[in-house]
Design a protein around this ligand. Structure first.
Ligand code: MSP
Length: 648
């Protein structure tokens, strides 16, 4: 009898809006949760936001708002996104909630009472972006963060320490005894060798930071953000607020990106052991989404906005692509072109065709009712393959090999499409002597689709439900049990419903255009759009401080070319003296690219990067806009001006 199953996503930092990397883990967690529910488990899926720490405090300061206001805003963006892409979480924890404070205080108090916390002083280089200690070498030798490569900052202050060093043997024993505690195996080996290399005690409090949970016994310190956030996995399921619930569901399966595996597979079990609590059931460290072989991240500006992707591509396609394209555990390149290719080949061609030809033939040849099976070439083959696919799908799903599980389902789809072609139903439809054969083809195709709908339900829930309903089935496909699913005759005699084509083909050019225009609309509405004001109206007054936020610089164009497929866009490379950067400018109708080389221009140098046609634009060229067509005219100088000079 299946029992309980508790699964978590990371708690996302609220310094910036969601991006593709975070969306991925959440889609996978939701898929697993749905699968486990359909396997009969009593499932809880926890999502959440990590709202304290230096990184958030700083980000809020730059934006001129309080950390809590920033957290509230980004929390809403996350919860809206999860709804939009069909994430059915059972619990959501924000680390600023009182129930979480209680849990953190309890963890700290228990660890201290058990002798694992002591007071000392910490000096070392700290990476604010990773919220992690990088090195303790001397203050005159700055180090870059070993994880993300960014500059670190020197901190020297009184601090409470966690005796991580005391857990080396117990952690190694844990990895040894529970070989699946860390997955995939390659990462387990990396973590084990990191621990074997020796563990240093960890500073778990900060005296110079305000934005955090005060230590219960010394409120002049706040808890280190990782000690705080990891406890969200406990507070989110009732630790210290509903202990019965907590005991029922804990321990959890954690899904995280490989960059934060160490926190989950080393620090976290040690914190739990110190507090006398059970360690997690397992921790899976998945790979990264890359763009042109580089990790996608906000700071590199090479990521995609999940809201835009969802608006243009839809959540079902995103979910399918994420699960099918990336081998869970490995890195994978993301490109809109590959998403569309997957859509057109797997969804439109293979699955969409199978459904539409099956329902169309049942309507045309059998008055819309699924016939009872007769006998056709390949019947047994299809049935046998369906059985095998169900088995291996479950095996791969249990093993977190989602792409393999989906490959299996598509093997069945391809086989049934081939089986239909081999039996040529359109040719035998007119021959009464072949009626049984036609019956069999129609039945086998419909029954295969019923099974396929069930198997796809965890990954693409809306599509699966649509398939289900087109076959004339009632209730929810998510209500069936995947541990019991098998080939049956239950469709025989049932009236199908049919419906619109599930996946009309997509034109990659059109999709890219749409992404650009949604991106543009979004960034226009973000910036507040002076260009939308009537020409005679001057924009509302600002202060000199407001103006000084805009960093206008002189630069020289060193490269200029048209952007394929975009009539208005030029890709420019400009030299700022201290750096070169790529800018996309909508001036192609007014300027020939060759005429711009060597020209001095003015750019907005501190504009958030954005993507157009898959290319990053790192700033904006300043131009006057004239006439009803808004013809751009570039700003220039009469005197010679050095690159990099600021306009103020
Ligand atoms: N707040 C911490 C987690 C605390 S959990 C108790 C944190 N937050 S995060 O917002 O920076 O990152 C969340 C997750 O996004 C991490 O698992 C990280 O691996 C993942 N990703 C960020 N960029 C990614 C890709 N390009 N690809 C896939 N996932 C990546 O860390």
């Amino acid at each position: 009898m299946p029992g309980t199953f508790y699964i978590t996503t990371p708690l996302y930092y609220v310094n910036a809006p969601p991006h593709l990397g975070g969306m991925y883990t959440t889609i996978v967690a939701d898929t697993i949760a749905r699968y486990k529910r359909m396997m009969g488990f009593d499932v809880k899926l926890l999502c959440g936001t990590d709202e304290h720490g230096q990184k958030i405090e700083r980000s809020a300061k730059t934006q001129g708002i309080s950390p809590k206001a920033l957290a509230d805003r980004v929390y809403t963006q996350y919860s809206d996104l999860w709804k939009a892409i069909g994430i059915e979480y059972d619990e959501f924890i924000r680390t600023t909630e009182p129930r979480h404070y209680k849990a953190v205080a309890e963890m700290y108090t228990r660890a201290k009472a058990n002798g694992y916390v002591y007071k000392g002083s910490y000096s070392g280089w700290y990476c604010v972006s990773c919220e992690a200690y990088a090195s303790e070498s001397d203050p005159d030798t700055p180090v870059d963060c070993p994880d993300c490569g960014r500059k670190t900052e020197w901190f020297s202050e009184e601090s409470y320490f966690f005796k991580l060093s005391a857990f080396q043997d117990r952690l190694l024993e844990l990895y040894e005894k529970k070989p699946h505690f860390i997955r995939p195996e390659s990462r387990r080996n990396e973590i084990a060798s990191f621990v074997r290399g020796g563990l240093k005690d960890l500073s778990i409090s900060r005296a110079t930071l305000k934005w955090g949970i005060p230590l219960p016994d010394d409120p002049s310190h706040v808890v280190y953000v990782w000690f705080d956030a990891l406890a969200g996995y406990l507070s989110g399921i009732g630790f210290r607020s509903d202990d019965a619930r907590f005991s029922k569901y804990w321990p959890a399966v954690h899904l995280v990106g490989k960059d934060i595996l160490r926190f989950h597979a080393v620090y976290w079990p040690a914190f739990l052991m110190a507090a006398g609590l059970e360690v997690p059931a397992s921790v899976f460290g998945h790979g990264w989404w890359l763009f042109k072989d580089e990790k996608m991240s906000k700071s590199r500006g090479n990521t995609f906005d999940p809201y835009v992707l969802n608006e243009v591509l839809g959540s079902e396609l995103l979910r399918y692509f994420c699960l099918r394209e990336m081998v869970f555990g490995q890195d994978c390149n993301f490109a809109v072109e590959s998403v569309i290719q997957r859509y057109n080949s797997d969804l439109a061609n293979d699955l969409g065709n199978l459904l539409s030809r099956t329902t169309a033939m049942i309507s045309k040849y059998r008055g819309g009712r699924v016939p009872a099976p007769g006998e056709a070439k390949g019947d047994a083959d299809v049935r046998e393959l369906a059985g095998r696919v169900i088995e291996s799908y479950r095996k791969h799903f249990d093993d977190y090999s989602f792409s393999r599980a989906l490959e299996n389902v598509w093997e069945l789809i391809a086989r049934v499409n081939k089986y239909i072609v081999e039996n040529e139903p359109w040719a035998i439809a007119e021959k009464p002597a072949e009626a049984k054969k036609l019956d069999s083809v129609l039945f086998h195709a419909a029954e295969s689709l019923r099974l396929i709908a069930g198997l796809l339900a965890p990954v693409v829930p809306k599509t699966a439900q649509n398939l289900w309903e087109q076959l004339g089935l009632e209730d929810k496909v998510s209500g069936i049990r995947l541990d019991e699913i098998r080939w049956t005759q239950e469709l025989a005699g049932r009236a199908i419903r049919g419906g619109a084509s599930l996946f009309p083909r997509l034109d990659p050019k059109e999709v890219l255009k749409k992404i650009d225009s949604v991106n543009e609309r979004k960034s226009d509405s973000n910036v507040g759009t002076p260009e939308n004001l009537p020409a005679t109206n001057v924009a509302p007054q600002i202060t000199i401080d407001d103006f000084s936020k805009v960093d206008l610089r002189v630069a020289t164009v060193v490269e200029a070319e048209r952007v394929k497929g975009a009539d208005k866009l030029l890709r420019l490379l400009v030299d700022l003296g201290f750096e070169r950067r790529q800018i996309l400018a909508g001036i192609a109708l007014a300027y020939q690219p060759e005429s711009l080389i060597g020209r001095k221009v003015v750019i907005v140098a501190n504009l958030q990067p954005r993507k157009l046609r898959g290319l990053e634009s790192n700033g904006m060229i300043v131009a006057a806009s004239i006439g009803p067509e808004d013809k751009p005219v570039l700003v220039g100088f009469h005197e010679d001006v050095q690159n990099g000079a600021r306009l103020k």
